[in-house]
Design a binder for this molecule. Sequence first.
Ligand SMILES: Nc1ncnc2c1ncn2[C@@H]1O[C@H](COP(=O)(O)OP(=O)(O)O)[C@@H](O)[C@H]1O
Ligand SMILES: [Mg+2]
Length: 619
Amino acid sequence: MTDTVWQEATSTAAVTEPELYHAPRSTIDPDRSKSWLGRALPILRAHRGIWITSLVLSFLGLVFQVQIPDLLNHAIDNSIVPGIEHTHAVPLHIYVWWLLGLGIAGGVSGYVSRLFLFQTAYEIEFDLRNILYEHMAHMSFPFYDRVQTGQLISRANSDIRSVQMYMTFAPMILVQCSIAVVAFGYMLSINVPLSFVAMITMPFVFLVGHRMRKGMFPVSWLIQARLADVATIVDENVNGVRVVRSFAAEQNQLRLLAKAATRVQWGYIKDADLRARWTPAVQNLPQVGLALVLGFGGYLVIHHHVGVGGILAFNAYLLMLQAPFMMLGMIIMMGQRAAASAERIYEILDEKPTIVDAPDAVDLVAPRGDVRFEHVRFAYGEGSGEVLSDFDLHLRPGETVALVGRTGAGKSTVARLMARFYDVTDGRVLVDGHDVRHVRLQSLRTAVGVVLDEAFLFSMSIRDNIAFARPDADLADVQGAALSAGADEFIRGLPQGYDTVVGERGYTLSGGQRQRVALARTLLVNPPILVLDDATSAVDVQVEQQIHDALRLLMRGRTTLIVAHRLSTISLADRVVLLEKGRIVADGSHSQLLESVPLYAEVLAQAESDETAFGQATD
Ligand SMILES: Nc1ncnc2c1ncn2[C@@H]1O[C@H](COP(=O)(O)OP(=O)(O)O)[C@@H](O)[C@H]1O
Ligand SMILES: [Mg+2]
């Protein structure tokens, strides 16, 4: 490629649109009454072309392979062995050419069938993973409250793999078993009694193989589980290294790790022991078969019932038969494992998102920002206590309201209900008079910008983090949002400015800096309704002052709910409401509440002493 062409290629690549997400080509059959394989069939069907080609070619390859001992048999008896009357003497080179031809044909079909089989395997894996992740991406908050996502993902990986292996390799093994039938047919055609004598060891091969796997299988599961334990300890010690160090608990942790490692070692030694016992038996049983063929077959040759070539072909067939007998046990085992894995995957897939667009959902068009909670009752789960009971609140368009209450009073819950992260148990939440359950989620969440107290940033540049919801935003807009959030100054001071990569694999920001980036991310969307849930709790007071100046401007004409503890934040609000025991107990200006509601002063004092005690501001 010349330089200019190369440049052209890279520059066009740079301007093309980012690749769109393609939904998986297939799904799992939702009919729960079907067997697990039945439900997975649509995935196989999506790849049936290469899958079936692979199986057919694999069958053909084996057919070619089965011919070879037969050809050798005839070559030896018809062209080589002297002293026998060569009734149909054939020149040896004919056999040599045939053999080469079969070898090449077998090689080609073996290559293509394997290539296609692995391709099918990875496509199935790809589809399963996409189906699962797409499903999880659409699951609602209550689902994530219940499951441990980290565990879910790592378990999903091994489950997907075991299903994939079974779906692709089991048919392959069955093809091999079918070829065993052909091989046995050839054996019968050479000599019937000898065929049965040779087969005497086969049931033993199967049984020994089965016993071996039965012994080793639980051990391999055990090893997997214990390795996961070790991984967890290592992971916690790396992530929690500050806690471990601050309590000088290194020795304890090392002891824990050593204990877990010893348990893994025990598993591996047990595994090696079982392997050492069984492998020689499995490998040497076939020799017994060969000895029988040599003894009985030799007798038949001496008495001219079978040719020398026949005996050689026999041995070759016998070895060909062994593999399927051993693998038959393996697919049974793989099948059990795959069924268990599939059940776990389906368990997730069968769970439907609870918070979805109603069929008659409407879009909010140019929302004015009128928000109303009417007799709202809410509990997180069936059995858990009611967080909000008969909660009423009206936010007029353009108004800024501070929501104050003790820790655990339900302030964040109110914020979450506004963006419909959860559905109310009773009553309703209205935006511009529309029940949020009848508004399309996309339009609701664009209209209601929520900044959470835990500012999660992705492992990408600050610019991309701020432009998260508007990837097309230009740098000036991103900077404008950062400026309003009081983030521009510190971002400029970073090594690569706006291009500094943050998060897990990047530059570490302080809690307050993260909060400001998160704030900028929401401000860039410019939502008509803004919810700030303790969004500046980690920002120190001086910096908060700057943010407030900017926010005061931004809040103009925007309906804003601020969950706040600090007086300075509360002072931004037109009105303060006090939340206690699931309902609003006071509503008015800060000074009114301070004068007439003792609980209000108490809550503020508590919040202030908490902040000094725990040093919440980490900026
Ligand atoms: N995801 C959740 N699942 C179950 N219970 C929750 C969840 N989030 C909060 N809670 C409970 O709901 C109550 C109110 O919590 P929250 O709204 O976070 O209070 P606040 O923000 O006022 O501190 C608390 O008792 C808390 O334990
Ligand atoms: Mg909260």
